[in-house]
Design a protein around this ligand. Structure first.
Ligand SMILES: [Zn+2]
Ligand SMILES: [Zn+2]
Length: 285
């Protein structure tokens, strides 16, 4: 087993510049654009499609399929999850999964890439923009065997450019709304989807109930779940990371779980892993 190095202080200027663009164009540019030009149905449709397709590819794909292997699916679905997952600019599925498995293995310690003991800002975005992390691939040996995952990893910049920027711009150009597509389907969408993922590492480790493990920072909270497509039942998830569900009650907001379940009903997913109610009850307090 290789070593897990500690994060080193290093400003990643490309990330800082990217964020400046996303905030100035997406967050401030979008309302100005809508005020002057209005909002057309194709622009809204493209934005909503991209927002949900890419956000859910992180939770349903990167997180619950690749990092935790909570179900199985076919290669077409795997490709689509890798394609739209790349569009979030949250790194390759391989790197994402390695760091995420490290987070589960070393939660709340120095070896946790987004150690919650270092505060909200650090684990929300500081660890990404201002620290360099060594990535140890020993914990993703299963993923190293997968050709599609490795292709996405090796050519990540190309995948991200095509799925995250070029495709929405081409669709925007075809529909006569190139600028609107850039502001909303690229910049605003990317800003919102990134922050949804960041909330899992910040909000879901600070605010809410530590129902399944009082000794660990991960929390369950309904607003955290709403912000993150269902990942906010994070105390449950840290206790039972192999379960395809995060919110286990029918009224828990967990669209990622509903989509995996829908896939299974359509024959697109199988071997969904569930924790037994008796085991869950024995850890709940
Ligand atoms: Zn966590
Ligand atoms: Zn996880």
């Amino acid at each position: 087993m290789g070593e897990y190095g500690l994060p080193k202080r290093k400003t990643k200027w490309a990330g800082v510049v990217l964020f400046a663009v996303l905030i100035s164009c997406g967050v401030f540019g979008t309302p100005l654009y809508i005020y002057h030009r209005g909002l057309s149905a194709p622009e809204l449709t493209l934005f909503l499609f991209y927002f949900f397709a890419t956000g859910l590819s992180i939770t349903v794909g990167y997180h619950r399929l690749f990092a935790h292997v909570t179900y199985k699916t076919n290669s077409v679905v795997r490709f689509l999850l890798l394609f739209f997952g790349a569009a979030t600019y949250e790194e390759s599925a391989l790197k994402w999964s390695s760091q995420h498995r490290q987070h589960h293995q070393f939660t709340d310690t120095d070896k946790d890439p987004h150690n919650s003991k270092r505060g909200f800002w650090y684990c929300h975005i500081g660890w990404i923009l201002f620290y360099k992390h060594s990535v140890n691939q020993d914990n993703v040996k299963d993923l190293l065997q997968d050709k599609l995952i490795m292709h996405q990893h090796r050519y990540y910049d190309l995948w991200a450019l095509v799925s995250g920027i070029l495709l929405p711009l081409v669709i925007g150009y075809w529909t006569g709304h190139l600028l609107g597509a850039f502001l909303m389907a690229v910049c605003l969408r990317m800003f919102l989807v990134m922050n949804a993922a960041f909330f899992i590492n910040s909000y879901a480790h600070m605010i809410g109930s530590r129902r399944y493990n009082e000794n660990e920072s991960a929390t369950d909270h309904w607003l955290g779940a709403v912000l993150t497509n269902g990942e906010g039942y994070h105390s449950f998830h840290h206790r039972f990371p192999n379960d395809y569900r995060n919110g286990i009650r029918w009224y828990h907001w967990d669209p990622s779980k509903w989509i995996i379940y829908l896939f299974s009903r359509l024959g697109l997913a199988w071997d969904l892993k569930r924790t037994s109610p008796a085991l869950i009850a024995s850890f709940s307090h």
